[in-house]
Design a protein around this ligand. Structure first.
Ligand SMILES: Nc1ncnc2c1ncn2[C@@H]1O[C@H](COP(=O)(O)OP(=O)(O)OP(=O)(O)O)[C@@H](O)[C@H]1O
Ligand SMILES: [Mg+2]
Length: 234
C-alpha cells in the first residue's frame, strides 16, 4: 500500500540547509492504523507531507497503492491526491463561510460528481461521525471537537485509499481526543481504512496497530514496535 525507500528531504533557506529526513525507508500495509511518533522537530510532519504528496522530496521513492508517485507531474499529483488521499490537520482547515455539509462536500464536488450526489455522500459520512444534526450549521457554531469531526468527514467523503492526519488532537481536550481516535479506529476496523497519523501523545499509542518512531530525520528502529500487549513502557 505504502512503500517508502530512502526518502530524503532537505530544506534550503538561503545558504542554510536543514536535513529534515535523512533516508527513511518504511512499508505500511493496506488496512493498517499506523502512528508516527518522535520528538519535536524530528521530521514527523515532513514525513507525512511527503507521503501525502503535499510536498516534494529531495530524493527517494514513494509508491502509493501501486503508483510510483515520485514520477508524477504536478498535475498528476493533484489528481492523485483528490482521487486517493484524505487529510486531517491540527487546525481543521474548514471554510468558515460554508455550512458543515458544504464543507464536507467540497472534495466530492472537486472530483466532478453531480451536486446532489456530493451532498448525499456528505450527509452519509456526517452521520458516520455523529453530526447528522449539524448539517446546516456554519462551522464556527460548532465546538472544536465537532469541527475536527467535520474535517474527518471531509477527508473520508471520497473514500480515500489512505487517510493522513497530522496531530489531529493537538487542539482538543482528552475527551474530544478520544472521540477522534475512536472514530479513526472505527473507520480503520469497519471500512478497512488505512490511517497514518502523527502524534506525540504517549497515550495515543494504544490506538495504533503499529508505530514508526522518527528521531532526527531517521526511523528509530530500536523503538519501532507493534501495537497490543507486546508494547513495553514508554
Ligand atoms: N518549510 C520548512 N523550511 C525549513 N525548515 C523546515 C520546514 N519545515 C520543517 N523544517 C525543519 O525540518 C525539521 C523537521 O520538522 P517537522 O515539522 O517535520 O518536525 P515534527 O517532527 O513534525 O515536529 P513537531 O512535533 O514539533 O511538529 C525541523 O528542524 C524543522 O525546523
Ligand atoms: Mg509536526
Amino acid at each position: 500500500m505504502i512503500e517508502v525507500t530512502d526518502l530524503k528531504k532537505i530544506y534550503r533557506m538561503g545558504s542554510v540547509e536543514v536535513a529534515a529526513l535523512k533516508g527513511v525507508s518504511a512499508t505500511i500495509a493496506r488496512g493498517e492504523f499506523v502512528g508516527i511518533m518522535g520528538p519535536s522537530g524530528s521530521g514527523k510532519s515532513t514525513f507525512l507531507h511527503q507521503l501525502g504528496l503535499l510536498d516534494t522530496p529531495t530524493s527517494g521513492r514513494i509508491v502509493l497503492d501501486g503508483t510510483d508517485v515520485s514520477r508524477l507531474t504536478d498535475e498528476e499529483r493533484t489528481h492523485f491526491r483528490l482521487m486517493h488521499l484524505g487529510y486531517v490537520f491540527q487546525d481543521y482547515a474548514l471554510v468558515s463561510e460554508l455550512t458543515v455539509k458544504e464543507n464536507v462536500a467540497i472534495p466530492a464536488i472537486m472530483k466532478g460528481r453531480p451536486l446532489s450526489a456530493c451532498y448525499a455522500a456528505a450527509t452519509e459520512v456526517l452521520e458516520k461521525v455523529g453530526l447528522s444534526r449539524r448539517l446546516d450549521h456554519l462551522v464556527h457554531e460548532l465546538s472544536g471537537g465537532e469541527q475536527q469531526r467535520v474535517s474527518i468527514a471531509r477527508a473520508l467523503v471520497n473514500r480515500p485509499a489512505i487517510l493522513f492526519a497530522d496531530e489531529p488532537c493537538a487542539n482538543l481536550d482528552t475527551e474530544n481526543s478520544r472521540t477522534v481516535l475512536e472514530l479513526f479506529r472505527a473507520v480503520n476496523k469497519d471500512l478497512g481504512q488505512t490511517v497514518v497519523m502523527v502524534s506525540h501523545e504517549p497515550w495515543h499509542r494504544e490506538y495504533f496497530d503499529r508505530i514508526i518512531f522518527i528521531r532526527d530525520g531517521l526511523p528509530d528502529t530500536e523503538r519501532t514496535e507493534r501495537g497490543g500487549q507486546e508494547r513495553g513502557s514508554t
